[in-house]
Design a protein around this ligand. Structure first.
Ligand code: NDP
Length: 452
């Protein structure tokens, strides 16, 4: 049977665009791609990129004080949200255009339309067109999920925060994951009075206890009113704001409430069930190790599969899919030892096992140090950093590395190479320190702080 395309990709986010481009450019496939919203997906349009720009914007507040401590004579300035927002918006336009050009240069035919699955080889577009393809790749990503309490639609999500008309004076952020903690820091830095409710005992569940404790302490020190063991009980519009009663009985009125209570895969009305594609309990597309669904011609990558919700992982899943299907080289995406950064203030970078995970598996040594870094100590700021290595007693392999510090994301990218290679503690120690830096502590910690 002759198909319109060798590959049709549903979703123009990081994973879908990469798979489409590589299949066309490197494997000579005829590729089509449909995107119902803006090309670039969550990461470029409403996630990592604008978020990071907001992180940058929010960190300038401290720099005025720091600069004065270093001898600069300057006045505090005000932050002008509309000016920044306009600049951010034109930057996103530029990036979206780059994505479109990349696809065009690779001869991928794009459709600005919503696509739904009809059967194993057919998609239907919202324009009315029907398209056939030998292979279909679902890369539709995910979206923020509200908690499902009455009036939760009074709150906004991370999709909306980039489009606020004005910065709120006060804001409640609900959740304790990546998004909640990152935006608590951002909004605090931009001058909003931030309250954060997290239902559990400590934010950033699943990360190293000591590291997340350190992040939480410093978030509070920098002004975020963090309430753990606390959730929203009731909310309603009142006195020009949003009245919230917490599960601990506090009542407050906030200008804005933002829910960062997790994300859900974009499979609603996608036609998965009709086409025979199996969905999991959370609506995620069920795939095997090669990203193949129950329907042999249909694959899925990225957040829609709810494996690891990170842009670089979606990209690698897309590349592995192309290797497998178009290059005759069956390749499983590697989900082991993925380094990641949480752009909280201070940042956290992490790779490998937490101390808690590691000690449940085998006897370990923990090397850890916490100190005031030179740059901010000089400026009189109380910031502290944490550098931590979790080491196997038996093999000496560094099982986990956790950093809480400005630029921890940059540091963990490099430490991640060593950890991924299976470096031992002694190999870290053989590496000469770069002085004076924060990260030199990673190769100079001589004595374990504890064993477990
Ligand atoms: P997460 O799953 O990380 O966090 C969701 C948070 O909401 C958790 O603290 C959870 O609590 C809480 N929560 C869930 N349901 C409710 C509820 N009904 N009421 C109150 N609280 C609730 O999701 P995010 O939305 O923060 O991020 C989604 C994913 O996006 C992340 O997992 C990450 O992979 C990715 N991401 C990565 C970034 C990066 O790399 N820097 C940045 C942003 C996102 P509990 O812990 O108790 O379950």
């Amino acid at each position: 049977m002759a198909f319109d395309y060798d590959l049709f990709v549903i979703g123009g986010g990081s994973g879908g665009v990469r798979a489409a481009r590589v299949a066309a450019q490197e494997a000579g496939a005829k590729v089509g791609l449909a995107e119902e919203d803006r090309m670039g997906g969550t990461c470029v349009i409403r996630g990592c990129v604008p978020k990071k720009l907001m992180v940058f914007a929010s960190t300038y507040r401290n720099m005025f004080d720091d600069a004065r401590a270093y001898g600069w004579e300057l006045e505090d300035g005000d932050f002008h949200w509309p000016k920044f927002q306009k600049h951010m918006s034109s930057e996103l336009d530029r990036l979206e255009q780059i994505y479109r050009n990349l696809l065009k240069d690779a001869n991928v035919e794009t459709y600005d339309a919503r696509a739904t699955l009809e059967d194993a080889h057919t998609v239907k577009l919202s324009t009315g067109e029907t398209i056939t393809a030998k292979h279909i790749l679902i890369a539709t990503g995910g979206r923020p999920q509200l908690p499902g309490i009455p009036n939760d639609d009074l709150g906004i999500t991370s999709n909306d925060i980039f489009h606020l008309k004005e910065l709120p004076n006060s804001m409640l952020i609900v959740g304790g994951g990546y998004i909640a903690c990152e935006f608590a820091g951002i909004m605090n830095g931009l001058g909003t009075e931030v309250t954060q409710y997290y239902r559990g005992a400590q934010i950033l569940r699943g990360f190293d206890d000591e590291a997340r404790g350190m992040v939480a302490d410093q978030m509070k020190e920098r002004g975020v009113k963090l309430h753990t063991g606390t959730n929203v009980l009731e909310m309603e519009k009142r006195d020009g704001g949003i009245w919230v009663k917490s599960t601990t009985g506090q009542e407050n009125i906030f200008d804005q409430v933002m829910f960062a209570t997790g994300r859900t895969p974009n499979t609603d009305a996608l036609g998965c069930e009709g086409a025979g594609v199996e969905l999991g309990r959370r609506g995620e597309v069920i795939v095997d190790e090669y990203s193949q669904t129950k329907v042999p011609s249909i694959y899925a990558i990225g957040d829609v599969t709810n494996r690891v919700q990170l842009t670089p992982v979606a990209i690698r899943e897309g590349m592995a899919f192309v290797e497998t299907v178009f290059k005759g080289n069956p390749t499983k995406p590697d989900h082991e030892l993925i380094p990641s950064a949480i752009f909280t203030q201070p940042e956290m970078g992490t790779v490998g096992l937490t101390e808690e995970e590691a000690r449940d598996r085998e006897p370990i040594e923990v090397y850890c140090t916490s100190f005031r870094p030179m740059q901010t100590a000089f400026a009189g700021r109380p910031d502290r950093v944490l550098m931590k290595l979790v080491v196997s007693q038996e093999t000496r392999v560094v099982l986990g590395c956790h950093i809480v510090s400005d630029h921890a994301g940059e540091m963990i990218q490099l430490a991640g190479v060593a950890v991924k290679m299976g470096a031992t503690k002694e190999q870290f120690d053989q590496t000469c320190a770069v002085h004076p830096t924060i990260s030199e502590e990673l190769v100079t910690m001589k004595t374990p702080m504890r064993t477990a």
